[in-house]
Design a protein around this ligand. Structure first.
Ligand code: PEP
Length: 245
C-alpha cells in the first residue's frame, strides 16, 4: 500500500505527525506500507518510522546519476533513504512533460541502483472516451519495461491509475480496475512470464476506505497507490486494513 503525499502536507511538523500516526495505526497488519513524502522530508519521515516495518518511497528521480540538472534528485542520492520511487505519475507526465522515454530511463536508473520503481500508467478521460484505454496502457507499460531485462529482482511495481479517477472522488469500478490490472499482468507476462504473477499491480484513483474492499477483491489487484486519503492516517489505515482482510 503506497501513500503518495504529493506536495503535502504544508509543513514538516504535520508531515512527521502524519508519519507517526500511520506507523501507529498500521502496526497490527502485515501489509507492506510505503510512504512517499516530499523529498525534503524523506530523511525525517524515514527516521520517524524507523522502528516500524514502513518503507520509504520518493515521488520522482532523474535518470542521470549526477550533473547539471537544477532541482533534480538522482537514484544514488536516494540510496539509503528510499527503497521505492514513484515513476511516471500522470501529474509528472501531464504537468511536467514526462514522456514514455523519460519514464523508461528513470525505471532503468532506479533499478540499476536497487530502488524499486512504482510505475504509474493509465488513460486520460479523453483517451477513455475514444476507446483507447488498452492501447494507452499497453504503450506505457511496454515502454516502461523497455529498459529492463527481467522483472525478477527489479522490485518493479506497476500502478494502474486512470487519470480521470485521480483526485476526483470518482474511482474506477471494480470491473474497470480489474480490466486495467489484468491487461498490465498480461503485458508483464509478455516481458517475463516467470515473474509476472509475483509482480505487484496496484490500483490508484480516489481510493477511499468505503470502496477499498471492492478494489482489493479483484484478482489482479495487489494493493493501491493512494493520494488524497493517505493524508489522513485513519483513512489510510482503514484502507490498509481492507487490504489485509
Ligand atoms: C494519485 O495521485 O496517485 C492518486 C491515486 O490520488 P488520489 O488517491 O487522490 O486519487
Amino acid at each position: 500500500m503506497a501513500a503518495n503525499w504529493k506536495m503535502n502536507p504544508p509543513d514538516r511538523a504535520t508531515a512527521l505527525a502524519l508519519a507517526h500516526a500511520v506507523a501507529t495505526a498500521t502496526a497490527d497488519t502485515d501489509v507492506d506500507v510505503v510512504l512517499c513524502p516530499p523529498a525534503v522530508w524523506l530523511d525525517a519521515v524515514a527516521a520517524t518510522v524507523q522502528d516500524s516495518p514502513i518503507r520509504i518511497g520518493a515521488q520522482n528521480l532523474h535518470a542521470s546519476d549526477s550533473g547539471a540538472f537544477t532541482g533534480e534528485l538522482s537514484a544514488p542520492m536516494l540510496l539509503g533513504v528510499a527503497d521505492y520511487v514513484i515513476v511516471g505519475h500522470s501529474e509528472r507526465r501531464r504537468l511536467f512533460g514526462e514522456t514514455d522515454a523519460d519514464v523508461a530511463a528513470k525505471v532503468g536508473a532506479a533499478v540499476a541502483h536497487g530502488i524499486a520503481p512504482i510505475v504509474a500508467v493509465g488513460e486520460s478521460a479523453e483517451e477513455r472516451r475514444a476507446g483507447q484505454t488498452d492501447q494507452v496502457i499497453s504503450r506505457q507499460v511496454r515502454s516502461a519495461l523497455s529498459g529492463l531485462e527481467l522483472l525478477a529482482g527489479s522490485g518493479l511495481v506497476v500502478a494502474y491509475e486512470p487519470v480521470w479517477a485521480i483526485g476526483t472522488g470518482d474511482p474506477a469500478s471494480g470491473a474497470d480496475a480489474q480490466a486495467g490490472a489484468a491487461l498490465i499482468r498480461r503485458l508483464l507476462a509478455e516481458h517475463d512470464a516467470a515473474a509476472a504473477d509475483a509482480t505487484r499491480v496496484l490500483y490508484g484513483g480516489s481510493v477511499a476506505p468505503e470502496l477499498a474492499s471492492t478494489c482489493f477483491a479483484q484478482p489482479d489487484i495487489d494493493g493501491a497507490l493512494v493520494g488524497g486519503a493517505s493524508l489522513d492516517a485513519e483513512a489510510f489505515a482503514a484502507i490498509v486494513r481492507a487490504a489485509a482482510r
